[in-house]
Design a protein around this ligand. Structure first.
Ligand SMILES: [Fe+2]
Ligand SMILES: [Fe+2]
Length: 273
């Protein structure tokens, strides 16, 4: 059976999902419309300026010294905690029946599937794998941080009940936003890592995040691989983008005074050609 024999009417459906698009999404097209701009970094500067409008992008103080690899890993761990808790709590809230009913009722979603029969229970099973991957990323980052003599940051409290768990549809849409943000976060962070072995480890996580993002794009009716290049976003800007999901974090936050302290240490720039 040809699993993807049915052409997907992306254009029509894109409008249905615009409300779920992040600030980041809105800037993706701009950043890659000019290959020259991409190479010179001017596109990143353009996006960077506009990102200041993101609610909570308040981590503005200057980095006094370059961040350590442990700082960069703790930045990644902050995102992985968020993702792991997101899937864990969301899957507790919505069972197989909830997924099944939602996907039965919503044609636009159903049509993204194999021959137009995307089944909610199958989607939920994929979500349990996403949850396991994110938990594995958390556990791995913690142990790498410890092996470097560092202290891992803890989980925070999140507001997913209000921002993501109002329906299965919202859960699935916000998952797409988080995974796509994760890809740009790893792409933006990786250039600031010094240790070559950590670069390899970071790349192997980044590509898995991209697989998650592609699947979630697909089931949300968005092109799974929309561009030839993903966008790298500066770590401090990513802090501002995920902050709306965070209610509070323990203080001290691992080895830092607070999450804001960590976000102030990580770079506000990306390293690119
Ligand atoms: Fe992850
Ligand atoms: Fe992920």
């Amino acid at each position: 059976m040809n699993r993807l024999a049915r052409p997907l009417a992306y254009e029509k459906r894109m409008s249905d999902y615009m409300s779920e698009r992040t600030y980041l999404d809105e800037n993706e097209g701009r950043s890659l419309t000019s290959r020259r701009g991409f190479l010179t970094g001017s596109a990143a500067a353009l996006a960077g300026g506009a990102l200041m409008a993101v609610p909570g992008a308040a981590f503005a103080h200057k980095t006094a010294e370059p961040p350590t690899d442990v700082d960069m890993l703790n930045f990644a761990l902050t995102l992985e905690h968020l993702e792991a808790v997101f899937y864990t709590q969301g899957l507790k809230k919505f069972d197989a029946k909830d997924f099944s009913e939602f996907f039965k009722k919503n044609r636009a979603y159903r049509e993204q599937g194999i021959n137009g029969t995307l089944e909610g229970e199958e989607v939920r099973m994929e979500f349990t794998i996403l949850r396991e991957h994110e938990q594995t990323h958390v556990d791995t980052l913690k142990s790498v941080i410890r092996s470097l003599g560092g202290k891992p940051v803890p989980e925070c409290r999140y507001n997913f009940e209000k921002t993501a768990f109002t329906s299965v549809g919202k859960f699935v849409a916000v998952a797409r936003v988080l995974e796509n943000t994760g890809v740009t976060a790893y792409d933006g962070a990786i250039g600031h890592i010094e240790n070559a072995k950590l670069l390899t480890a970071g790349a192997t996580i980044a590509t898995v995040e991209a697989r998650h993002a592609a699947y979630l794009n697909l089931i949300n009716g968005v092109q799974p691989f929309p561009r030839a290049f993903d966008k790298a976003v500066a770590p401090r800007k990513i802090c501002g983008m995920v902050e709306p999901f965070i209610v509070s974090c323990p203080e001290p936050y691992g080895p830092y005074k607070s999450l804001a302290d960590l976000c102030g240490r990580v770079p506000n720039t990306v390293r690119e050609l």
